[in-house]
Structure formats: structure tokens, C-alpha cells
Write a protein that binds this ligand. Structure first.
Ligand SMILES: [Zn+2]
Length: 239
């Protein structure tokens, strides 16, 4: 099984076009958050209409798994925390979103939403607990922010990672965590697109301009990951 992984496309439609063009060449596509761009002059509601069409289009040929990022919140809950109900509306036969557990054979992929405060964090914590009780051989997480103290969250002078994720990784020891959020980590000295924490591989493909997004091809049979970007390519043998 080959999975194409990208994140933080931030409404660069050419990059979404490219993902759609690759759907024939892989068994699933993951977008690890930040489909939208809250700093754009284009209204978020307009971006959402367009993005729903793109998600549907990409998923016509291959399953698509998408988590929300900090740019994807379009409403707030009662605790004043951003949430992404539009992504729930985008759920479809082949579009899997926040909260979903998706099985490919005995590999479980769990999709976590961006959490913006205590209430949404508790929901994510409960989602970990629930998913951990399912039966699987391999467990892959899709989670927007990379862990702290990892080259995948290195910005050149310090780490900007999610320390809660470090604790969840320690507790549940998944096989692979697919992240994004820190665009520059793979391109900085001492940063990286890949890290190993205990038995867990962590990936952050990074984000850049151009028609082709920085991306990773994860081959679960060969247990190999290849990274491609404007700054060059790299690979890791995972087993
Ligand atoms: Zn981003």
C-alpha cells in the first residue's frame, strides 16, 4: 500500500490539482491539515465551497484522509474554541475526516482534529483512548501539529511543537504519526521531514510554494518513506 502525504497546502489550488493528478498512482492520499488560508483576502466561506469540491474530486479515484489544522476552523464551540464543522460536512464514501478510524487491512488510520483549548483537547484525548482499544497491527495517526523537541517541529532557533502529542506518543506508541503545521522544519539546518521517537516514526513533509507540494510517499509493504520537495529528496527505511 502506497500513501501520498502532503499538508499545509493553504488553498494553493495548483497543488490540489497536482494531488488529484496523482490519485491513480497511490492507494490513499493524506492531507495533514491546513487546507484553507485564514490570512487570504478570499472569504473563508468561499474557500470552503471550493475546497469541498476539491476533496470530492481527489477522492473519486482514491480514498482521501484529511485532518483539520489551525487554518481550517470556521466556527467556534461554546468554549470559544475553533472547530471545523465544514470538514464534517465534507465526509463522504471516500473522504475521511476528523474523528474517523479507517482500516486498510489490519492497518488502522485515526484522524484527529486540531484542538484549540481544553474542551477540544479533552475530546481528542478521548478519541485516543477509544481508538487504542480497536484491533490493529499497525496504527497511523493523522494529527496536524508535530511533537515538541523533534526536528519535525524545529524552526531554526527553537522547537514549536505540541508537547501534548509527545505524551500521547509515549502512552500509545503508534507506528507512524503524520503531521504538518511547521512549514519550514524540513528545510532548516537541524530540522527534518522525518523523526523517530521510541518505536514511532513522525513525518512532516513541510510546505512551500510552487505547483507541486512537498510530499512523502509512504510504502507500507516495503516500509519505506520517500520525501520530495523543492529543496531535494530524501528517504528512510522504516523497519
Ligand atoms: Zn500551515
Amino acid at each position: 500500500m502506497k500513501i501520498l502525504i502532503a499538508s499545509d497546502l493553504h488553498y494553493r489550488l495548483k497543488q490540489f490539482d497536482w494531488l488529484a493528478s496523482q490519485a491513480n498512482h497511490c492507494d490513499a492520499i493524506i492531507i495533514a491539515g491546513d487546507m484553507l488560508d485564514i490570512s487570504s483576502s478570499m472569504d473563508l466561506s468561499v474557500q470552503i465551497v471550493v475546497m469541498k469540491k476539491y476533496l470530492r474530486k481527489i477522492s473519486e479515484t482514491t480514498p482521501l484522509l484529511v485532518c483539520s489544522g489551525n487554518h481550517d476552523g470556521n466556527e467556534k464551540n461554546d468554549a470559544d474554541e475553533y472547530i471545523a464543522p465544514w470538514l464534517q460536512e465534507a465526509r463522504d464514501q471516500q473522504v475521511h475526516v476528523d474523528g474517523d478510524n479507517v482500516f486498510f487491512g489490519s492497518t488502522l488510520i485515526t484522524i484527529f482534529p486540531w484542538w484549540d483549548g481544553d474542551v477540544t483537547k479533552m475530546e481528542v484525548s478521548e478519541q485516543f483512548r477509544h481508538a487504542s482499544q480497536l484491533e490493529f497491527d499497525k496504527w497511523i495517526w493523522i494529527y496536524h501539529a508535530p511533537p515538541d523537541n523533534s526536528p519535525t517541529s524545529w524552526v531554526g532557533k527553537r522547537f514549536i511543537g505540541d508537547s501534548e502529542l509527545n505524551e500521547w506518543i509515549k502512552q500509545y506508541q503508534p507506528d507512524i504519526v503524520v503531521t504538518g503545521h511547521i512549514h519550514e522544519s524540513p528545510f532548516k539546518t537541524d530540522g527534518s521531514w522525518a523523526d523517530k521517537m521510541g518505536k514511532t516514526w513522525v513525518f512532516n513533509a513541510g510546505s512551500h510554494i510552487g505547483d507541486i507540494p512537498a510530499h512523502i510517499i509512504l510504502d507500507l509493504e516495503a516500509m519505506n518513506a520517500e520525501w520530495y520537495s523543492l529543496a531535494g529528496s530524501d528517504s528512510r527505511q522504516l523497519a
